[in-house]
Write a protein that binds this ligand. Structure first.
Ligand SMILES: Cc1ncc(COP(=O)(O)O)c(C=O)c1O
Length: 361
């Protein structure tokens, strides 16, 4: 903390206690290979770039006037691509913001919201921010979510599928067990990485009135810099999210983001080709790392979670960093011998493998 406690007397008491989320670093090192924040190694569709440029050239008022607070054209594009009705779509400034609204709308209950002990580290931050009761449920010894643990009393459930940072996915049959066991609570499936090989629970939305699925354009659509996330659910849940959003920031998606995200959802072919490339590169990287003695958890994401029985993970991360390669290391119980490595292009992955072989192991 950079302020003395004397200056902090101006802060609201609860803000003095906050432990904010720490994003993966975005360092400015030359020839850096950034495999630490699960961004996509490929650019977005060329149609996205053209759509952003067209915003200014087609509309002299584009900057002067507010954007559509409802982002209707974006909701239409998402509804079409996801095969749901427009009143089943909610959009926000990155899925982080969508998650915040989900916490506010559904999870402030007397009973604790349940999520895994090893999962996306923003959930504990929101739990504190919104003063939500929480209970962390340990993953099993294979780092899998055991859905039979999610039948106890709760104020809501979060399942990250595939989970992060473990990369392991659950099947829809498992998700359905959780939905059926908790008919009076909202079950949130955070699908930030679903497009890299897992099954989406959007297919279940019309069957389950307690299901909210959250996705992002940051990973599979190469739009992390744009900040567009969305939720799909039955309309009674979307209405609650809209009430929260319109009590906080009514214009979360700017004109450039709306235009770019619409173009991305309209270019399904590019999207599918890019996802397939990442999946193929992942399988290749997993086999190269396995040949070097790593143990890699079965991944359905655009990253892998790997450990080496003979090498300390913190040291490996440090040695890679000295060679200009950044991977994510979490100094946390149970996972402090693992590295989370984002899938790069084949050339980038080869640089990682060559560096490990010749300079590190
Ligand atoms: C599981 C999970 N959910 C949500 C997010 C947030 O993504 P964004 O805010 O970029 O949409 C991330 C980002 O890394 C994530 O890993």
């Amino acid at each position: 903390m950079t302020f003395t406690s004397d200056k902090m007397r101006f802060w609201s008491p609860e803000v003095r206690e906050l432990e904010p989320y720490v994003p993966g670093e975005q360092p400015k090192i030359q020839n850096l290979l950034k495999l630490n924040t699960n961004e996509n190694p490929y650019p977005p569709s060329p149609k996205v770039v053209a759509a952003v440029q067209a915003v200014l050239s087609n509309n002299a008022d584009a900057l002067r006037l507010y954007p559509d607070p409802d982002a209707t054209v974006l909701k239409q594009a998402i509804a079409h691509q996801q095969n749901v009705n427009i009143d089943q779509v909610f959009v926000g400034n990155g899925s982080d913001e969508v998650l915040a609204h989900i916490f506010k709308a559904f999870f402030i209950q007397k009973e604790p919201v349940l999520y895994a002990d090893i999962t996306y580290s923003f959930y504990p931050v929101y739990s504190q921010f919104f003063a939500t009761q929480t209970k962390q449920i340990p993953l099993n010894e294979k780092f899998e979510i055991d859905v039979s643990d999610y039948t106890q009393e709760n104020g809501g459930i979060i399942i990250t599928n595939p989970n992060a940072p473990t990369s392991i996915a659950l099947g829809l049959d498992q998700i359905e067990r959780v939905l059926k066991a908790n008919p009076d609570r909202v079950v949130l499936i955070d699908e930030a990485y679903v497009d890299f090989g897992a099954e989406s629970a959007v297919a279940l939305v019309n069957q389950y009135e307690n299901l909210v699925v959250c996705q992002t354009t940051s990973k599979s659509r190469s739009l992390a810099g744009l900040r567009v996330g969305f939720a799909i659910a039955q309309s009674h849940l979307i209405t609650a999210l809209e009430a929260v959003k319109n009590s906080f920031n009514s214009y979360p998606i700017d004109r450039f983001a709306i235009a770019a995200a619409v173009a991305s959802f309209e270019d399904q072919e590019y999207f599918e080709t890019q996802c397939q490339k990442v999946i193929e590169s992942r399988e290749h990287l997993v086999s190269d790392l396995t040949a070097l003695g790593f143990e890699v958890l079965p991944s359905k994401a655009n990253f892998i979670f790997a450990t080496h029985p003979q090498h300390d993970a913190a040291l490996l991360a440090q040695q890679l960093r000295e060679q200009g390669i950044i991977v994510r290391y979490f100094n946390k119980p149970r996972i402090n011998q693992y590295l989370r490595i984002t899938i790069g292009t084949d050339e980038q992955n080869q640089r990682l493998v060559d560096t490990l072989k010749t300079q590190v192991l």
